[in-house]
Each structure stands twice: as structure tokens, then as C-alpha cells.
Write a protein that binds this ligand. Sequence first.
Ligand SMILES: NC(=O)c1ccc[n+]([C@@H]2O[C@H](COP(=O)([O-])OP(=O)(O)OC[C@H]3O[C@@H](n4cnc5c(N)ncnc54)[C@H](O)[C@@H]3O)[C@@H](O)[C@H]2O)c1
Length: 351
Amino acid sequence: MRVIQAGVGGFGSSWVYALRDCGYTHVALIDTDPEALCRAGEAVGVPPERRFTRVEDALERVDADCFMDVTPPHLHALTTLAALRAGLHVLVEKPMAVSMTEAQEMVRVARERKRVLMVTQQFRYYDQPRTVRRLIAEGHIGDVDHVVTEFQIQGLLFGWRQRMRHPFLMDMAIHHFDLMRYLLHAEARRVMARTWNPTVSNTQGDMNAFVWFEFDGGVRVNYTGGFASPGCDTGWNGRWVITGTRGTIIWNPRDDWGPIRLFRQNADLSRYTEQTFFTPLPEVWGEPIPAASIGPQGHHHNLHQWRVCMESGREPETSGRDNLHTLAMVFATMEAADSRREIAIAHDIEP
Ligand SMILES: NC(=O)c1ccc[n+]([C@@H]2O[C@H](COP(=O)([O-])OP(=O)(O)OC[C@H]3O[C@@H](n4cnc5c(N)ncnc54)[C@H](O)[C@@H]3O)[C@@H](O)[C@H]2O)c1
């Protein structure tokens, strides 16, 4: 597959190597930073005449099959739409766009041109979340009742992230929101939220959020997230406690007891007549569940799936169309936080 990559500095530099390692051939690179262009060009053997500072020039002068968009979010619509209109399949970094209108236009054009538009929500493309989803789907904890998710890290953000109104929701929580949809195999219907910017943050916009979602079937999700939490590090996935009618799954990659633990609540509750607490014994912290291997993970899984979809015409799991529903959660959460109202999340959004 011949690929053009836009945005090769910052996070794009990791995609340069991932694309190369997954058998894609860079035929052109685009970046406004000449040093980043030069570094990436040297790494993957793209000569100076095929290193560009403008997307239009690369699309006009170089033949390719597909396009990787790792530019800052406010440029995604412009960049990705140009590539789709030039007849290329696109893998675009999250967030796919900075407004629903832009994202819908991207999905519409991809469909019209019959091109694969995929979004890099790679958090779900790892062994552990795929095993957690399977455990839930197989009914090991009965019907899901509620979920508690905690993510805390101290992050110092720079550049465009410092100027966003909601850098945390838009740039980070979007991964966790996408994971919620994936793990529960359901959509969020309502949201309440508070966001704020602690004094230990270095951004203009809000870095911490307390969010409450109601998913299909009344499943409640309580999400605590923050990039301004000195001394905390839950890991990028965060810590998940998923409680159902017959047990609980704890997914916490940092947990000494094992990243995935399953507690089965098999007791006949009707037999108890006195106050009872089912505190796990120290030696029985649930059943550790090994995560089944899915083969290539993260970026590599994204790239493998993108290729299969381009070759077969199949829709990727994290297609642009699917991702509209993750974006809807992000925008509704921002609205809930800014208006201090409970917001219904619309899902009749596919163009
Ligand atoms: N999936 C993830 O886990 C993950 C992690 C980090 C970043 N990202 C996403 O990747 C994207 C880029 O983020 P980043 O951290 O690399 O940002 P960045 O600002 O560090 O890097 C962006 C790159 O794009 C270049 N650029 C800027 N304007 C350009 C233009 N007009 N044309 C071509 N290139 C241009 C910059 O010079 C820079 O090299 C964002 O959408 C971000 O959310 C995703």
C-alpha cells in the first residue's frame, strides 16, 4: 500500500514507524515543520522532492492508495476531505473533527467516493479490552448494571491543546468514551457533567471532568477523569469496575493481582436474613482472567484492519461512521458541562 502521511512530527512520528513496520510504503510526507519532515524522510527513505508543506501539492503530484492524517484536530476536516476527494482511503487520528458538521461531511464524502474512512481509536485494539468485552457479552456477570471508570494522570499540554476549551474531553476522554461504547456494546443516551481547570494545570481549558452517562438499558457509567492529578497514574486505560447482576469485572492494567479479575456473585441472596458484606478474602481477589491474544495490537492492529478493509471494501470497526457516535458523546458532555444541564445524546446523526 502506497501511503501519504500528513503530520510527521509529534505523535505522527510513531505512525511513521508503525506504517513502515506494517508493510506500508511512504510515497510522500507532509508537514509544515521542515525538521520533522527531514527526520521522517530520512527514517522511511522519502526523498526531499516528495516532502511537502502543503497537502494539495502532495495530492497533486504523487500517486498513492491511502492517506494517514496525523495533523492537529482543527485541520482534520480540511486535510482528510482533500485526500478523500483525491480518491484516497483515509486513516485519521482522533478526534476525527472538531465539530459534528465537519465529521458528518467527512463520512458523507467517504461514502460518496466509496473510500474507507477509519479513525484511530486504538485503545480498544488491545488484548485486554477485547477480553473484557467478551466476558461481558458471554454473560459472566449477568446484565451490566453500572460501571465506574477512573483515569488520572498529570499531563502538561502545549501548542493547540493549551488553547482548546475542553482539551481533556476532546483529546483524552474520547478514548475512554469510545471504550465504553465498545465494552458495553451499547450507546450512551444521556449525560451530566462538570469540568474545571485545577490550578496545577497549564492549559486555558478544562483538564478535569466528572461525568455521568446513562447507556442503553439504563446502564449507569460514572467517569472520573483528569490530566491535572499530581502523583496519580492510573495508566492510559484507567481503572474499570463493571458490575452486573451476577458479578463484577475489574479491569486495571496496573493491578498487582492481575489486569482482569472476575468476581462471580453466586450466593443465593434470598437465604440471608442478617446484614452481610461480601468482602473478598485477601487470598481470593477474584479469578484472574488471562487476556487472549489478538495478534497485532494498537497502531499495528489499526493498520492491519485498515488494509483488510481497503482490500475487501469492508467497513472498519472504528469507521468514521461509527465514530460519529463517540464524537456525539464528547460534544454532548461538553454541552452538559458548559450548560450545567443534563443533555440527551442524539444518535440519528449518520448522514
Ligand atoms: N491516538 C492517540 O493515542 C493519540 C496520541 C497523541 C496524539 N493523537 C492525535 O494525533 C493528532 C496530532 O497530535 P500531535 O500530538 O502529534 O500534535 P503535534 O502538534 O505535536 O504535531 C502535529 C504535527 O502536524 C504538523 N502540522 C501542523 N500544521 C500542519 C499542516 N497544515 N499541514 C501538515 N502538517 C501540519 C506539525 O508541524 C506537527 O509535526 C491529533 O489529532 C491528536 O489528538 C492521538
